[in-house]
Design a protein around this ligand. Structure first.
Ligand code: ATP
Ligand code: MG
Length: 281
């Protein structure tokens, strides 16, 4: 697997302004995800997972620190360039599907293609092919309300794939699904990663979802305190194998300084961008 970084966050801080003052949701997160990875982000409610996903998805910007997408510092991109990156480079899947209720399954999947330059019939043909890929070849005309939860989430996955994104971001994609349906949607992510090389980042509370990935990043109080393979301790967030959030334990307290070194005793999949990846436009 190429170690080229799709995304690279360095010391990312996120502050939210509120009436009570400023709230720091991320306290200097450093994270590199290589091309073709399948990884899970876990952590308690309120730990900063969605905040991190919003930054990775260029829906929000860091207060401090840098975020590079395929080598480009996103702080150097204007709104238009960011919108292009979001539309063409990144696919999003959310817990609540976020489908447009008045559009058919086909219409929902074809929607992101409006800016692709394809004509209507080509857009519909592509949308139909995507529906087939997610196992919904026979449902193009169904409205979201006529589909099961799992089917709606598959439509959402097909929509996220419409522009052939490099990176698929999913924030609790199985959170609203029963176990079996959730497993089906997870299987879809695994297949996309394996067969099409899509880089997949999944936020999940479910250890069984995270177990199916190659790498687990655990966040607590806005800090990364585990980054490594999906061991039992990592999946369930307990046990002596996990370091304290301050980073003093046996595992990972990743700072900019130790980011290149794998944690002791672990085959870390973390990789820094290669020099040629670093400077690419
Ligand atoms: N727009 C906002 N303004 C102020 N504070 C916010 C905002 N969004 C999130 N927060 C705070 O930032 C912290 C992290 O929130 P975030 O949504 O990232 O958590 P999470 O890990 O995704 O939680 P969950 O598992 O419940 O989805 C929380 O304490 C939350 O209250
Ligand atoms: Mg969240």
């Amino acid at each position: 697997m190429s170690a080229r970084a799709v995304l690279d966050l360095a010391d990312v801080v996120k502050d939210y302004a509120s009436e009570a003052g400023s709230f720091r949701a991320l306290h200097g997160v450093s994270l590199t995800v290589a091309d073709g990875e399948l990884m899970a982000i876990m952590g308690p409610s309120g730990s900063g997972k969605s905040t991190l996903m919003n930054i990775i998805g260029c829906l929000d910007t860091p207060t401090e620190g840098t975020y590079r997408f395929e080598g480009t510092d996103t702080a150097t991109l204007n709104e238009r360039a960011l919108a292009r990156l979001r539309n063409a480079g990144i696919g999003f899947v959310f817990q609540q599907f976020n489908l447009l209720p008045r559009l058919s399954a086909l219409g929902n999947v074809a929607l992101p293609l409006v800016y692709s330059g394809l004509g209507r019939s080509d857009r519909e043909a592509k949308a139909q092919a995507l529906l087939t890929q997610v196992g919904l070849a026979d449902k193009p005309k169904s409205r979201p309300s006529q589909l099961s939860g799992g089917q709606q989430q598959r439509v959402a996955v097909a929509r996220a794939l419409a522009n052939d994104p490099k990176l698929l971001l999913a924030d609790e994609p199985t959170g609203a699904l029963d176990t079996r349906t959730g497993a089906e949607v997870l299987g879809l992510f695994q297949a996309l990663n394996r067969d099409r090389g899509v880089t997949v980042v999944i936020v999940t509370h479910d250890p069984e979802v995270a177990r199916a990935t190659d790498r687990v990043v655990r966040i607590q109080d806005g800090r990364v305190f585990y980054d490594g393979p999906p061991t039992e301790a990592a999946l369930y967030g307990h046990g002596d194998a996990l370091p304290s959030p301050s980073g003093e334990g046996p595992g990972v307290g990743r700072s900019a300084d130790d980011a290149t070194a794998p944690p002791p005793g672990r085959a870390s999949r973390v990789s820094r961008p290669s020099p040629e990846g670093e400077g690419r436009p």
